[in-house]
Design a protein around this ligand. Structure first.
Ligand code: LHQ
Length: 257
């Protein structure tokens, strides 16, 4: 099993599971991850996802043994990237929050940056390893990096491929938080469980609005916010949220449309 799925009340933990390869991605893992995401989406009780890695690493990017240049020519990197692009699009648009717990080195794994809230163990590091093998940051790396850390830092990270320790990654805004190693999973579970009880559709549309803002001008974004807010105004969670506020009690959201 290249991806382990654990069901928790309200959410699922997906663990990349090729620890002897630092969870380097291969075709089997890609399909397992896509299937696990589809199953989570189909489960009405699942309202959040926690993504992490088994063993000492989070993910070492593509399994390089599978894409080495052979005697008969270079591998079909376009086909490989088509697959990963589908994964990035799915993680980005899935209608529930995705928490990433980066438990160890993340090398060429922009999968983590695709997630909505990223926690990392203090001993973990982020390496844009691509330039070490003559490639560019993929899986959205060239899009996420400058938006998260600014142009100067994005360029240096991408070109130098030096490890960025978790704490500095948090200071720079690449991730949400660095957490003591022995507290990482506890913190990640607490956060994901909390998100699983929030207004799921509201979170889904927040994701959509923030992504659209990357290309919209203010006029278009104001229109989008109006339309999404209108949609949310018709959800049971909005009714419950306002009722709970007025009644001075915690809201009991269902995450339903
Ligand atoms: C690995 C890998 C790995 C296979 C560690 N593959 N075995 C590229 C091509 C095609 C299409 C799609 O996109 C891409 C984009 C990319 O993903 S580019 C980035 C590819 N990844 C890398 O360049 C990172 C390669 N790994 C490393 O630089 C190191 O392993 C890091 C810095 C991550 C960790 O170093 P260490 O902690 O010293 O561990 P290690 O190097 O000893 O690795 C442990 C084992 O895992 C080792 O195997 P072994 O049999 O010696 O125990 C590695 O060969 C294996 N491994 N990454 N990507």
């Amino acid at each position: 099993m290249t991806v382990l799925v654990e069901k928790h009340p309200g959410y699922r933990q997906l663990s990349l599971n090729r620890p002897d390869r630092l969870n380097a991605l291969n075709t089997e893992m890609f399909h397992a991850l896509m299937a696990a995401l589809a199953e989570a989406e189909a489960d009405r009780e699942c309202r959040a996802i926690l993504l992490t890695g088994a063993g000492r690493g989070f993910c070492a990017g593509q399994d390089l043994a599978d894409v080495a240049v052979k005697d008969d020519g270079p591998p079909d990197l376009k086909a490989v990237l088509e697959r990963y692009n589908a994964l990035v699009r799915k993680l980005r648009s899935i209608e529930m929050p995705v928490v990433c717990a980066v438990n160890g080195v993340a090398a060429g794994a922009n999968l983590a940056l695709t997630c909505d809230i990223v926690l990392a163990a203090r001993s973990a590091s982020f390496i844009q390893a691509f330039s070490r093998i003559g490639l560019i940051p993929d899986c959205g790396g060239t899009w996420f990096l400058p938006r998260l850390v600014g142009a100067a830092r994005a360029r240096a990270l991408a070109i130098l491929a030096e490890p960025l320790p978790a704490e500095r990654a948090a200071e720079w805004g690449l991730i949400w938080q660095a957490v003591d190693d022995d507290k990482l999973m506890e913190a990640a579970h607490a956060l994901t469980a909390r998100l699983a009880k929030q207004a799921t559709v509201g979170i889904a549309l927040t994701k959509r609005a923030l992504d659209a803002a990357e290309t919209n001008d203010l006029d278009a974004q104001l229109d989008l916010e109006r339309d999404l807010q209108d949609e949310l105004g018709h959800t049971p969670d909005y009714a419950e949220g306002v009722r709970a506020f007025i009644e001075k009690r915690p809201a009991n959201f269902t995450g339903r449309r």
